[in-house]
Design a protein. Structure first.
Length: 257
């Protein structure tokens, strides 16, 4: 199912997938009804499976010669204690707000919000350091979200290690909602009561009615302004049980202005 994954990693995917109710939607409910709880359990289980696979991959890659897309400079690695001043200063020096995601299906253009300054600065920083090149849209949930910024290759694992092991504080106070085409931050499922964001993974909302149950759970920090037809094509690709596309959907991201 995945390219270059070890047999153990594949078994992990099958284990987590087999624990799920196949009839349950990928969406979480707003209330704590039995249906909502089952949906949330599926969401968390899928995320844990992806996290576990990635951790295994990092251990494998630790024994190999290191490759990375990240240029060596004094910024990296960023530690949690220095994250806010580092991103604040970077945002002042790098004012760009528009990016283009290039895929085999076409391009998606995104406008990043200035009132979510930490998320904007972090994303621009990663784009300028070519982190996203060679990553994939690694999760596809039709009618819900498409998620990108991960990969099962050596370059991505090494690049993450070079950038740093940190989480971005939520910026819910900006008040942006999860409407169709919203650009939002993924977050890790375990030990994250503050709802801090992954610095590396993002998702685009594909539900035309929006996903209000994600409001104040994930930080929206941008909006697709062109290319939702491309996003819809990505949303229709075939996936395995962990919602990872069978044929990888690779991306490159560039700054527009």
């Amino acid at each position: 199912m995945f390219k270059q994954l070890s047999f153990v990693a594949i078994l992990l995917v099958l284990f987590f997938a087999s624990c799920e109710d196949k009839e349950t939607s990928s969406k979480k409910g707003v209330s704590q009804s039995p249906e909502a709880l089952k949906a949330q359990q599926k969401e968390d289980s899928i995320q844990r499976a992806r996290d576990s696979i990635f951790e295994l991959r990092k251990q494998e890659l630790a024994r190999k010669d290191k490759q990375t897309m990240i240029e060596k400079n004094d910024m990296f690695p960023i530690v949690q204690e220095e994250l806010i001043p580092t991103l604040t200063q970077y945002g002042k020096n790098n004012q760009e707000t528009r990016v283009r995601i290039k895929t085999k299906f076409g391009n998606i253009e995104v406008q990043l919000y200035r009132d979510t300054p930490l998320h904007r600065a972090n994303f621009i920083m990663l784009v300028k350091n070519q982190y996203f090149n060679n990553t994939f849209f690694h999760r596809v949930a039709p009618g819900f979200v498409i998620q990108g910024g991960n990969a099962d290759n050596q370059i991505t694992a090494s690049s993450r290690g070079d950038v740093g092991n940190y989480l971005i504080p939520s910026e819910f106070e900006a008040g942006h909602k999860h409407t169709y085409g919203s650009f939002s931050a993924a977050k890790y499922s375990e030990q994250n009561v503050s709802k801090a964001s992954s610095p590396f993974e993002f998702f685009i909302v594909m539900d035309k009615n929006g996903t209000p149950h994600l409001n104040n759970d994930h930080t929206v920090y941008g909006k697709v302004i062109r290319g939702m037809d491309v996003a819809e094509k990505i949303a229709q690709v075939k996936t395995g049980d962990s919602e990872w596309p069978i044929d990888n959907v690779e991306m490159d991201i560039e700054i527009l202005n």
